[in-house]
Design a protein around this ligand. Structure first.
Ligand code: NAD
Length: 482
């Protein structure tokens, strides 16, 4: 069984220990043994990144472009193999996993272009004979902490802008998906980047994540994960004056109005709630349905959900892969039991299941689960489950639907299915989410525009597209008297 090391200062470095990583579709399949680092490893990686920053921050933009372009090209060329690895390790279906690898390639390609589009402003001063330049500069060593649910795309949308704008990086991936992180690091390592500009340290959040957030030479942390951990990171970083970007949990609403096209509404609700096993921060977990369409919508949802095949992520025909881990499966089941005990009715699913194929693989399989008869104050409608579980909230009209959609601590993504321009326009303006979808699934975004939420879902500057420069650069204003 191969052992996978950390990447520090341009070399693969052995760790004091290694832990096995298993395939959630088949728990007898060990993906590999990955470095279990100690806080001291973080310090070594940060030292290397600090040293590398001195030259990388002044590196020619074409050098940066060429490295990022090379990474993009290799990701695309190996999309099948890397998609297979992602599906094996995380449990996303193979088509979804390949799509994620392609997305990561597009992100590196986009930021390769951004290297050549760096710009500033040159303004006249309010004083005579003085010129003002406003430019953007790299900020230093950045710690990147990522979750398991998009184990290649989320690292890509942090690493690519960090490097493009001239920063050095220490990357701490989720302990559940080190294989994808290692594969990405291997590609980055061979892209021609100078030693120490990019470093990978694998291990537990409480050891490695905390060591990264507390290290005084790390000037900024970009984190994606749960709201609880994000807030703990914020509490640790604020006294140290670190720049912070936190992308956190969601509890996204999908409104279905009486005038919606039924087939479209059902399809986008099923996609939003259950594809990628519901393990997307942008998944719709609250389907808010007005009275007139409710009976037809519920019946059509039950029929459509009955067609979904749950099983091994890499087997053709699987619609919904396994839950990522035993821990997450236990959490999902706790939420299901709590919803039932609070009066919610199971309209579909609600139990563990077997792989749909004859392979006999033992994995963390859960039926996509839909509740009816739920109310806003129930736990299921307030706390993020992060699994293939959604609830229906029945409402009288658009106004009640909007109020219900906003009645949560979160504000990441929100959708509405309607043929009314009036309601679509009003919802775009009055939804308290950072991203709004009209007649589209709540999950599914472009890579060249900003991504992020409001309220408990996000903190700090937006990710992706040109907006990424807000976090990964510092603005300098220079005055010249001539
Ligand atoms: P998590 O918060 O448990 O872990 C995220 C990362 O933080 C992991 O790498 C983990 O090791 C690390 N970590 C854990 N404790 C830490 C600590 N004390 N200090 C520093 N780092 C620590 O989240 P998860 O289970 O990996 O991912 C699921 C969560 O991520 C969900 O809440 C989901 O909504 C969220 N998410 C949000 C977005 C977004 O863009 N808003 C995208 C994807 C996932």
């Amino acid at each position: 069984m191969q052992h996978f090391d950390n990447l520090m200062n341009g070399r693969w470095v052995a760790a004091h220990d290694y832990v096995p990583n298993i395939n959630p579709s088949d728990i007898t399949d060990v993906v590999g043994r990955y470095a279990q680092s100690r806080p001291h490893d973080v310090d070594l990686a940060v030292m290397a990144a600090k040293e590398a920053f001195t030259t990388w921050s002044h590196s020619p933009i074409l050098q940066r472009h060429d490295c990022l372009q090379k990474i993009a090209t290799e990701l695309l060329a190996r999309k099948q193999e890397l998609g297979n690895q992602l599906a094996r390790e995380e449990g996303k279906t193979l088509p979804e996993a390949i799509g994620e690898v392609v997305r990561a390639s597009q992100i590196f390609q986009f930021f390769a272009g951004e290297c050549l589009r760096l710009s500033g402003e040159c303004l006249p001063s309010v004083r005579a004979n003085i010129q003002v330049d406003v430019t953007r500069e790299p900020i230093g060593v950045i710690g990147l902490i990522t979750p398991w649910n998009f184990p290649i795309a989320i690292p890509a949308w942090k690493i690519a802008p960090a490097l493009a704008y001239g920063n050095s990086v220490v990357f701490k991936p989720s302990e559940l998906t080190p294989g994808c992180a290692w594969a990405l690091a291997d590609i980055i390592h061979r892209s021609g980047l100078p030693a120490g500009v990019f470093n990978l340290v694998m291990g537990e959040g409480k050891d490695i994540g905390e060591a990264l957030t507390h290290n005084p030479d790390v000037v900024a942390i970009s984190f994606t994960g749960s709201t609880g951990v994000g807030r703990a990171i914020a509490a640790a970083c604020a006294p140290l004056g670190k720049k912070l970007q936190l992308e956190m949990g969601g509890h996204n609403p999908q409104i279905i109005l009486d005038d919606a096209e039924l087939e479209l509404a059902v399809e986008l609700s099923v996609q939003s709630a259950f594809f990628s096993t519901g393990q997307r921060c942008t998944a719709a977990s609250r389907l808010i349905v007005t009275d007139g369409i409710y009976p037809a919508f519920l019946q059509a949802m039950q029929v459509r959900m009955g067609q979904l095949k749950v099983g091994d992520a890499r087997i053709s025909g699987t619609d919904i892969g396994p839950v990522v881990s035993q821990g997450q499966l236990d959490t999902d089941m706790c939420f299901i039991q709590a919803a039932i005990s609070q009066g919610a009715i199971v309209a579909s699913g609600g139990a563990l299941t077997q792989c749909h194929s004859a392979s006999g693989a033992r994995g963390f399989y859960l039926q996509p689960t839909l509740f009816t008869d739920t109310t806003t104050d129930m736990q299921i409608n307030q706390e993020e489950v992060f699994g293939p579980v959604a609830s229906i909230l029945r409402v009288r009209n658009y106004e009640e639907a909007l109020a219900t959609a906003n009645a949560t601590a979160f504000g990441l993504s929100a959708g509405i299915a309607t043929t009314s321009l009036k309601y679509a326009s009003h919802f775009k303006r009055h939804s308290q989410a950072g991203m709004v979808m009209v007649n589209l699934a709540t999950a599914g975004v472009d890579f060249h525009v900003p991504f992020g939420g409001r309220k408990a879902s996000s903190y700090g500057a937006r990710e992706q597209g040109r907006y990424a420069q807000e976090f990964f650069t510092a603005v300098k204003t220079a005055y010249t008297f001539a």
